[in-house]
Design a protein around this ligand. Structure first.
Ligand code: ADP
Length: 202
């Protein structure tokens, strides 16, 4: 049996990973989503949720959520960790091992699929290449990335810049990639390229 293709789908923040990932899921390719796993790791009652509350207190609690097991405010947590690199590293240390373990569980479950996609924004930063048999990086220009991020997350230019600077430069990721998906054109203009890559025998 040919070995399973495990496609790592990454890029910069707002470069278009989720757009490509959503389309792949519509093509019935199983897409494993690191953001979802990170989100699950911080759900009320989870050990990482407790660790975050122990560290930051009520500042990171979502207003109006269940007082016995309050949800975390992503915005409040984001403002802390993107403003201070050591705090970001601390949070990553809590969450990344759980995300990696979750990938291993899901990959085991999907063992008989010919292709799986691992959508991982911080694939290179977290050293998760070894989970993949190939890596695709979704690319757009720096100006587009900034504009799309500001529009999607309604961030100030400064806050958008903090989030971009918190990741490896997109160009560095492109140098390491097996494939670079061009998302500098119209929305969905990458579809032909992705369709061809999906069909390719590797
Ligand atoms: P990521 O998952 O990499 O953070 P998204 O797929 O969410 O990025 O895309 C970021 C934002 O840019 C979204 O609001 C999306 O609708 C928009 N977008 C994606 N591709 C394009 C494109 N080619 N042209 C214009 N806007 C785009």
């Amino acid at each position: 049996m040919p070995r399973q293709r495990r496609i790592g789908l990454t890029g910069g923040i707002a470069s278009g990973k989720s757009s490509v990932g959503r389309w792949l899921a519509q093509q019935h390719v199983p897409v494993l989503d690191a953001d979802q796993y990170a989100h699950d790791a911080l759900a009320p009652g989870e050990p990482a949720w407790q660790a975050v509350i122990d560290r930051y207190g009520s500042a990171v609690l979502k207003q109006g959520s269940n007082p016995t097991q309050p949800a975390l405010s992503r915005e409040a947590l984001g403002s802390i960790v993107f403003a201070e690199a050591p705090e970001r590293r601390w949070l990553e240390q809590q969450v990344h091992p759980l995300v990696r373990a979750r990938f291993q569980t899901e990959l085991q479950r999907l063992n008989s699929e010919p292709i799986t996609v691992l959508m991982i924004p911080l694939l290179y930063e977290a050293g998760l290449e070894s989970l993949c048999t190939e890596v695709w990086v979704v690319h757009c220009t720096a100006a587009q990335q900034r504009e799309r991020l500001i529009a999607r997350n309604t961030l100030s230019a400064a806050a958008a810049e903090q989030r971009i600077q918190a990741q490896w430069p997109l160009e560095r990721k492109c140098q390491l990639a097996d494939q670079v998906i061009d998302n500098s054109g119209a929305a969905n203009a990458w579809k032909d390229q992705v369709r061809a890559l999906l069909m390719a025998r590797t």
